[in-house]
Ligand binder design. Structure first.
Ligand SMILES: Cc1ncc(COP(=O)(O)O)c(C=O)c1O
Length: 364
């Protein structure tokens, strides 16, 4: 009888936001809006779509570049890094797993926040390391004091998430600086910044300085959120060049396909479009927050492109009714928050329809 390694016995499949196809199949409703996985409903830059089409038309016969130099140069230029400090991956997801597999194994500890993105626990289980969950603050940010309390001599990796999914809280610069001074250099601190672009609060902790000073810090970014290229699967990470060299040795050579590389390059070159999307997303987030507040529901102040609200009764029931009304949302069960619903921020006209639909529901 074949069985997986013992650490995988408690692994359960990832619970994604429901797809348009599966909700259409269940409900028969075809005019569906997906607000379940925090993709940007503003869509990608038209230049990125053109670049993807051009890449397909130019031919799909050959392997993509393993080390996409021009993409690394672009990322380095925009983010004030050295190209040697950058690695691209098949979504931030691939890089999160790669980090875990490269730097931890059986007998090690990996600390991550909870409730948070499930990839950190998944990575720990994949490696056979012990996963240790740290708490959030009441504001829905990772509680760095709690992380420090959970450090052991076996700790190899700390995963942090800022803004945190699903709460939207951020790590502040002062907390980050104090925290980093207390983490030993034998521990890799991986900060998932998938929602970085939406976090415009001046207190938001930036990790670039730590990377420039050679600290074992790695930051992860994605083109799945504000850049709206989730379907192509591309993300990237930055760290001191020694860490990046190690990760490049351990990774699969061709995980990022040529269409994604072309689209990412064009999307990054169109920062004017991203600034416009950010302005509109921030206004729509304020609108959504005001709507929940007016209805008397509690929610965490979000620095990302979603808001998670406490509906005071099983969110799964609300989500089911909303699907029949044409909106796919994300109930918080898989985050251990069964009364909470996470809703992606969308253009205000869509949100107006969403709240009209919500108001017409009986109750959870
Ligand atoms: C915090 C966080 N990190 C990473 C990801 C995945 O990013 P990617 O699509 O680049 O794999 C997500 C997607 O929801 C996320 O919420």
């Amino acid at each position: 009888m074949i069985s997986p390694k013992p650490s995988l016995k408690t692994l359960t499949p990832y619970v994604p936001g429901r797809s348009l196809e599966s909700v259409l199949k269940d409900t028969g409703v075809s005019a569906l809006v997906k607000l379940a996985s925090n993709e940007s409903l503003w869509g990608p830059s038209p230049l990125a779509v053109d670049a993807a089409q051009h890449a397909v038309a130019s031919g799909l016969t050959f392997y993509p570049q393993s080390d996409p130099e021009s993409l690394y140069n672009t990322l380095a230029r925009i983010h004030h890094l050295h190209p040697d400090q950058v690695i691209a991956g098949n979504g931030a997801d691939e890089l999160l797993e790669l980090i875990a597999l490269t730097y931890a194994g059986e007998g090690d500890d990996i600390i991550y926040p909870a409730p948070s993105f499930s990839a950190y626990r998944h990575g720990a289980l994949m490696t056979g390391a012990r996963g240790i969950a740290a708490e959030l603050t009441p504001e829905g940010a990772v509680d760095l004091q709690d992380v420090l309390r959970r450090l052991t001599p076996e700790t190899r990796i700390i995963f942090l998430c800022s803004p945190n999914n699903p709460t939207g809280g951020i790590i502040r610069q002062d907390e980050w600086d104090q925290f980093l001074a207390r983490v030993p250099d034998s521990v890799l601190v991986a900060v998932d910044q998938a929602y970085f672009e939406f976090a415009t609060d001046p207190l938001y902790a930036h990790t670039d300085q730590a990377i420039a000073s050679g600290k074992p810090v790695i930051m992860l970014r994605t083109l799945s959120k504000i850049y709206a290229l989730a379907g192509l699967r591309i993300g990237w990470a930055a760290a001191p060049s020694g860490i990046i060299r190690t990760l490049k040795t351990a990774r699969q050579p061709f995980s990022v396909n040529s269409v994604a590389l072309a689209a990412a390059q064009a999307a990054l070159d169109d920062q004017h479009y991203i600034r416009q999307v950010l302005t509109e997303t921030a206004a729509a987030r304020d609108y959504m927050a005001a709507q929940w507040q007016a209805r008397g529901y509690q929610f965490w102040t979000s620095h990302a492109n979603f808001i998670t609200v406490d509906l005071r009764s099983p969110a799964r029931n609300w989500a089911g009714q909303l699907e029949r009304a044409g909106f796919i949302t994300r109930p918080g069960d898989s985050f251990g928050l069964p009364r909470h619903l996470r809703i992606t921020v969308a253009p205000i006209p869509i949100l107006e329809k969403f709240f009209a639909a919500f108001d017409s529901l009986s109750s959870g």
